[in-house]
Design a protein around this ligand. Structure first.
Ligand code: APR
Length: 269
C-alpha cells in the first residue's frame, strides 16, 4: 500500500531530528500562498507573458511596452499586499530551534527575512535592495519608500513622459543611478559561492516550491545530495528535482511545512 503523506512527513521529520543541519532551498512556490504569482504555473507570470521566460521582467516590459504600466502596477499591488505565510514562518521556527543553518532562495520578495530567518542567501537578489550602476554600492530601501517610488514610476510611465523616468530613478552619493538589485536574465547570480558551500555542508536539504529548471540555482540540491544530504521536497506537483529527492511531500508548502515542523518538535528529545 502506498505510503500516505502523513507517513512520509513522519519519516522526514525523523531524518531532520536525527541529522539536524538543515538548509532550505526555495522558489516562487513558497510565496504563492502570500499572493505572489509563480512564473511557470498555469496563469503564472511567464505563462501569461511568454517573453519573460527568457528575458525576465525586463524582457516582458520591452516586449509589451503598451502593457508595461499595467504589468508593473499588478506587481506593485502583489508586493504591497504580500506578507509571509505559514510556510515562511515554519522555516523561521526551524532556525529558532537551532535546526536550520540557512535559507537559499531564488525569490526576491524578502519574505524569508520578514518571517524572521536571519541567514538568507538570495541567488536572484532582493527587490528592496538598490545597487548603484556606477560604483556598485548596495543599500536596502525601506519597503514603503521603495513601493512609493515604484508607484511614481508607474504614474510617469502612464503619462508616457518616458524621459522623466530617469529623473525619477534614485541616485547614489557618487551620482550614479540606483536600480533594484534583482538579477535579470543573463546577469550573474548572487551569493552562489556561499550558497553552494551551505548546500555542501548541510545534512538535510528542504526543496520548497521550485520547478528546478533555472540554472545555476537548480544545480544546488544536486550538490547537497552529492555531499551526502537527505533531500526532502515539498511541492503540489513533481518538479525537475523530484528525482533527486529522498522524500517527496506532495502539497502546498504553507500547509505541509508547518505539519513537518510540528512533527519535528514532537520528536525532539
Ligand atoms: N507550495 C509549494 N510549491 C508550490 C506552490 C505552493 N503553494 N504553488 C506552486 N508551487 C510550485 C509549482 O508546482 C512549481 O514547481 O512552485 C514551483 C514554481 O515554479 P516556477 O514558477 O518555475 O518558479 P521558480 O522555480 O522559483 O523559478 C526559478 O525562474 O524566471 C526565473 O528568476 C525567476 O527565480 C525564478 C526562477
Amino acid at each position: 500500500m502506498a505510503a500516505t503523506l502523513k507517513d512520509i512527513i513522519e519519516k522526514a521529520a525523523a531524518v531532520i531530528v536525527e541529522r539536524g543541519h538543515v538548509v532550505a532551498f526555495s522558489g516562487a512556490g513558497i510565496s504563492s500562498e502570500s499572493g505572489i504569482p509563480t512564473f511557470r504555473d498555469r496563469g503564472g507570470l511567464w505563462d501569461r507573458f511568454e517573453a519573460g521566460s527568457s528575458g525576465g521582467i525586463v524582457g516582458v516590459i520591452a516586449s509589451y511596452p503598451e502593457q508595461a504600466a499595467d504589468i508593473l502596477e499588478e506587481l506593485l499591488i502583489t508586493l504591497r499586499n504580500a506578507v509571509p505565510n505559514p510556510g515562511h514562518f515554519a522555516l523561521a521556527e526551524l532556525e529558532q530551534l537551532g535546526l536550520l543553518d540557512a535559507v537559499i532562495t531564488q525569490n526576491i520578495d524578502n519574505l524569508h527575512r520578514d518571517a524572521g530567518n536571519t541567514r538568507v542567501h538570495e541567488l536572484h537578489g532582493n527587490i528592496y535592495r538598490l545597487r548603484c550602476l556606477a560604483c556598485g554600492k548596495k543599500g536596502f530601501r525601506k519597503r514603503e519608500e521603495f513601493l512609493a517610488e515604484f508607484d511614481r514610476l508607474i504614474h510617469v510611465m502612464r503619462s508616457k513622459r518616458i524621459s522623466d523616468i530617469f529623473s525619477l530613478m534614485p541616485s547614489c552619493e557618487c551620482g550614479g543611478m540606483l536600480r533594484p538589485d534583482f538579477v535579470s536574465f543573463g546577469e550573474p547570480v548572487q551569493e552562489l559561492h556561499d550558497s553552494v558551500n551551505a548546500a555542501e555542508r548541510c545534512r538535510v536539504m528542504l526543496v520548497l516550491g521550485t520547478s528546478g529548471v533555472v540554472y545555476p540555482a537548480a544545480a544546488i540540491p544536486g550538490r547537497a545530495r552529492d555531499a551526502g544530504a537527505q533531500i526532502i521536497e515539498i511541492n503540489p506537483q513533481k518538479s525537475a528535482l523530484t528525482r533527486t529527492a529522498h522524500y517527496y511531500l506532495q502539497g502546498q508548502s504553507g500547509i505541509v511545512l508547518p505539519k513537518l515542523v510540528e512533527e519535528v518538535i514532537k520528536k525532539l528529545p
